[in-house]
Design a protein around this ligand. Structure first.
Ligand code: CTP
Ligand code: MG
Length: 217
């Protein structure tokens, strides 16, 4: 695998989780949530890790830390500015269940694209509805993917994509969209719903159950 750097975004406050500290630092099956992602990155051979941090929280041992930005993509941009050479893997600290092989698969998929994003194929039927809840379309499920992290990028593509105003960064719900709008090519890397994002207290309970059985088994 060519040299790659990892950016772990952990600077969010976790408003929807509603814990007393920033989400990435909430204890989860015996360690702060972000440590699960750090361990998975290292298991995949990614040892250079830059973490975008909320105010007042320390970087995990062996990782570089930078202050996060006002939005998720601003945090990615801040972390990228502090990272050494190589292609880039961006991961949400809020996805602690990630398996090391997914990082490797995303980087390998860069062979034919500017960006490669982990994604789970839609299993529910997805409909589009207006503000009045009236359905306007039923989408073709076989072509729909729920996008996750990790997201791997060719370094130059990500740098170019992030070189936009803060208003554009604020619209981005993932970094691959910024690459798409800059004309870059993005491929999906099949993942599963097991790599879910911890957003609500319910998600935290499920992650706790899954990760505690992992560490004891
Ligand atoms: N994130 C970040 N910088 C921000 C906002 C988010 O680094 N300004 C990170 C979060 O720490 C998280 C990931 O981006 O790991 C995904 O964001 P999300 O799940 O929305 O986390 P929060 O923004 O913390 O949660 P909420 O939206 O509920 O406040
Ligand atoms: Mg958020």
């Amino acid at each position: 695998m060519p040299k790659a750097v990892a950016l772990l975004v952990a600077a969010g406050s976790g408003e929807r989780l509603g814990a007393s500290r920033p989400k990435a630092f909430v204890m989860l099956a015996g360690r702060p949530m972000l440590e699960w992602s750090v361990a998975a990155l290292r298991a995949a051979g990614l040892s250079e890790i830059v973490v975008a941090l909320p105010e007042g929280e320390p970087a995990p041992d062996g990782c570089a830390g930078v202050p996060g930005g006002a939005t998720r993509s601003a945090s990615v941009r801040a972390a990228l500015a502090a990272a050494g050479e190589g292609d880039v893997v961006v991961h949400d600290a809020a996805r602690p269940l990630v398996e090391p092989a997914l990082f490797t698969a995303a980087l390998a998929a860069l062979e034919g694209a500017d960006a490669a994003v982990a994604a789970a194929q839609a299993t529910d039927t997805i409909k589009e509805a207006g503000p009045d809840h009236r359905v306007t379309a039923t989408l073709d499920r076989s072509r729909l993917w729920a996008i996750q992290t990790p997201q791997a990028f060719r370094r130059s593509s990500l740098e170019r994509a992030l070189d936009v105003g803060d208003d554009v960064l604020a619209q981005a719900t993932d970094d691959a969209w910024l690459v798409e709008r800059a004309g870059g090519s993005v491929v999906v890397v099949p993942s599963t719903p097991a790599n879910f994002k911890v957003t609500t207290p319910h998600d935290l309970t499920v992650a706790e159950l899954l990760l505690s059985s992992r560490s004891s088994g």
